[in-house]
Design a protein. Sequence first.
Length: 245
Amino acid sequence: MFYGKLDPESRAFLDAALKRFEGMFRSVYAGDNVILFQRALGFRRDPRFVRAMRRHARTRQEVSLQLRLNTLVWAARHALHVEGDFVECGVWRGFCSAVVADCLDFGLVPKTLYLYDTFDGIPEELDSEKHNSPLFSEAGLYEKVVARFAEYPNVRVVKGAVPASFAEAVPERVSFLHLDMNSSKSEIAALEVLFDRVSPGGLIVFDDYGWLGYDAQKAAEDAFMAARGYHILELPTGQGLLLKR
């Protein structure tokens, strides 16, 4: 699946090019605006990852996120060995965290996963980059996410805008932080509270860090981290990755 406006002629050209590439290379992967040649992509043969994708991916868009999910699962597995709980800010339907939790058998993990979202879209005063979508406010979203994680006694779904919603519940230490709020103001507000709580060895994954159109988030996060002596790694998936020292 490719994002952006592709006219029928461009779409036909892309489809033809991919078929041509498949005849030239042993391995061709295309999805989420990424085309890869001759890559092992071992996560696609990981039984736990494959099972989790089959269980939880309900749309073509979700299926297309395999590369991003591989980053999240890798980071979460590393964070199992670091002091602190898991946090996701920007949950939407809970798909990404559902895959991570499934891959890790999270119900058996002695940590808590905190899921923060308004479940009613990006507040107008925080949406300076205009990334809100009617899909973020679909009816019954909060209840659906609560139900999705009902099998996990150690998952807390917290409704409300960050950082005010931290008053309801927030971990003292964090080993894994996923930021996906589509708003520079919201993500910096989350970092101002959570960054000092991230344990040494903990990981932060920034979902939209390297995507064009999200320049304000990248600039704000680069400045936040530079002031603390850190540099975010931009990944080909469009994500950013940071290891806390």
